[in-house]
Write a protein that binds this ligand. Structure first.
Ligand SMILES: *Cc1c(COP(=O)(O)O)cnc(C)c1O
Length: 338
């Protein structure tokens, strides 16, 4: 099977497993797991941020950030295609009692001007208090597209001006960094909190980190505990994260090259209506003749290819660590034969 459903399906490599088994561990709820402490410090330093907290999932790191930055009667501003809105079970309301203002960005990327127009008057008792802006980079639903850092600077300066917090859902931030060559420390400078996933392109079995100021991460520890995310000797998992930060960032380029090759092969095939521009490791294409994505994905499965339906007419492929050039060649051959 050629499995392109997600970059979460990867298996830990031998090197990663060896690093995991060799990890010194302790009780992280007591703050005594040396490997988790090392991972948190390493990730914070990478982005030039003060502190970090290791969590089981990116949903948890995003939801903790939202909880830390909001309160009842407040509002989160984000794009309508955001993971925090679409794919986190209504967590903004459930975990934080906050409202959400949905913007219609360019493939999920919003601008400072759009945000400016959607900040509520804090003196109007009818309206929730605008408190947090959340961006996603790369943008999953936008076909893995990347923000122009200039826009992020504008958004960050608007947020400071208007006293809004700025969070980044960076589940695939490393893909954005590799695609643009941007300095990670610029991200640390402009966002109050950043969520990164180790279990996507970086190839870890489990784990995400929330990065931020010492004060915010201290609050995050309390929220993580109440959500049931306080883990004990989880340093075995953190060791995989340290290994991934050391070995698996630069290789994301290969995933991007292969994704572009898939997009080129799809372009012009008779079952394809259009392919979204590919910037990183996600390929989303629309089916021709209003064919349903669910049916098409079933057809692919019979040919040994796994993908996910991404909306009624759209199909998504994601390239990753366990998808190599031989599989790419085989995939393109199979697609052309359909
Ligand atoms: C995968 C993902 C997350 C986190 O998902 P988990 O499965 O909870 O780790 C968050 N945001 C985006 C954009 C994602 O793709």
């Amino acid at each position: 099977m050629i499995d392109l459903r997600s970059d979460t399906i990867t298996q830990p490599t031998t090197g990663m497993k060896e690093a995991m088994m060799a990890a010194p561990v302790g009780d992280d709820v007591f703050g005594e797991d040396p490997t988790i402490n090392a991972l948190e410090q390493k990730a914070a330093d990478f982005f030039g941020m003060e502190s970090a907290i290791f969590c089981p999932s990116g949903t948890m790191t995003n939801q903790i950030a939202i909880r830390v930055h909001t309160a009842p009667h407040t509002e989160v501003i984000c794009d309508e295609k955001s993971h925090i809105y679409l794919y986190e079970g209504g967590g903004i309301a459930y975990n934080s009692f906050a409202s959400v203002r949905l913007l219609h960005g360019d493939r999920g990327r919003i601008t400072a001007d759009m945000i400016q127009d959607n900040i509520n008057n804090p003196d109007d008792v009818h309206a929730p208090i605008s408190t947090l802006v959340s961006l996603e980079n790369t943008m999953n639903k936008g076909g893995g597209c990347v923000y122009d850092f200039k826009e992020i600077e504008k958004i960050s300066s608007l947020c400071k001006d208007k006293n809004l917090k700025l969070h980044l859902d960076g589940a695939r931030l490393f893909n954005a960094l590799v695609a643009t060559d941007d300095d990670p420390k610029k991200y640390g400078k402009h966002f109050d909190t950043i969520s990164i996933c180790l279990s996507k392109g970086l190839g870890c079995p489990v784990g995400s980190l929330l990065l931020g100021t010492q004060e915010d991460i201290k609050k995050a520890r309390r929220v993580r505990k109440v959500l049931g995310g306080g883990m004990r000797q989880a340093g075995f998992l953190a060791a995989a994260g340290i290994y991934a930060l050391d070995h698996n960032i630069k290789r994301l380029e290969d995933d991007h090259i292969r994704a572009k090759a898939i997009a080129e092969a799809l372009d012009g095939l008779k079952f394809v209506d259009s392919v979204m521009p590919v910037e990183t490791n996600i390929v989303i294409f629309k089916l021709a003749n209003n064919a349903l994505s669910v049916d098409f994905v079933n057809k692919l499965k019979q040919k040994g290819i796994l993908a996910v339906p991404f909306g009624k007419l759209d199909v998504r492929f994601v390239t990753h660590l366990d998808f190599d050039d031989d599989m790419l060649e085989d995939l393109i051959k199979k697609l052309k034969a359909i």
